[in-house]
Design a binder for this molecule. Structure first.
Ligand SMILES: Cc1cc2nc3c(=O)[nH]c(=O)nc-3n(C[C@H](O)[C@H](O)[C@H](O)COP(=O)(O)O)c2cc1C
Length: 173
């Protein structure tokens, strides 16, 4: 353990990026697809950086790399949908994180829309249709704050989890 920093100088340097990534691999997260519809095209990416923000008003955050192909369209559309994936969606997660297959992301699976027009995965465990309320830029990423306008919840599903650089599932108690 490190002692608490004794001077402001100790607060200057951040840890090495590789060390940070190694620590973050221990963070298990639900896998989602963030989707948007803009200029007659659908866009999306896999993301684990989703968090509930507040219940009043219902809102969430999502962190998207500013170089992601969906980043611009999400901001231009002013809306996005967060689709929670189940273990049955592992192939879809691979597709939505593969730049080489970017143009084929919406060819498989069933898609619908709710309030905003952003693509809603028909059998997502839950889909949160959001108006983009605010964007906070930090380094390489944009923190998107969304107000949830509509939600679709599927009957049942085992959530798809990502931890230690692989897809996995929750263990039964
Ligand atoms: C498990 C997993 C989680 C990811 N989480 C995020 C995320 O939260 N934010 C993000 O910008 N990219 C995330 N990515 C990376 C994007 O999904 C990936 O770079 C994708 O190819 C971006 O879309 P593009 O190729 O069309 O630009 C994640 C990838 C994986 C495999």
């Amino acid at each position: 353990m490190h002692p608490l920093p004794s001077s402001p100088a100790a607060m200057d340097a951040s840890v090495d990026g590789a060390l940070f990534r190694a620590g973050m691999r221990r963070l298990a997260s639900s896998v989602c697809l963030i989707t948007a519809h803009h200029a007659d095209r659908r866009h999306g990416l896999v993301a684990t950086s989703i968090s509930s923000l507040a219940a009043e008003p219902p809102s969430l955050i999502a962190c998207v790399h500013r170089s992601a192909s969906a980043h611009g369209p999400i901001r231009q559309a002013g809306a996005f949908c967060v689709n929670l994936l189940g273990t049955r969606h592992e192939e879809l997660a691979l597709l939505f994180s593969d730049p080489d297959r970017r143009d084929r992301r919406f060819e498989t699976a069933g898609w619908a829309t709710l309030a905003t027009g952003a693509p809603v995965l028909a059998d997502a465990l839950a889909a949160f249709d959001c108006r983009l309320e605010r964007v906070v830029e930090h380094a390489t990423h944009a923190i998107l704050i969304g107000t949830v306008l509509d939600i679709r919840i599927d009957d049942f599903g085992d959530p798809l989890i990502h931890a230690d650089r692989r897809f996995t599932r929750l263990a039964a108690h």
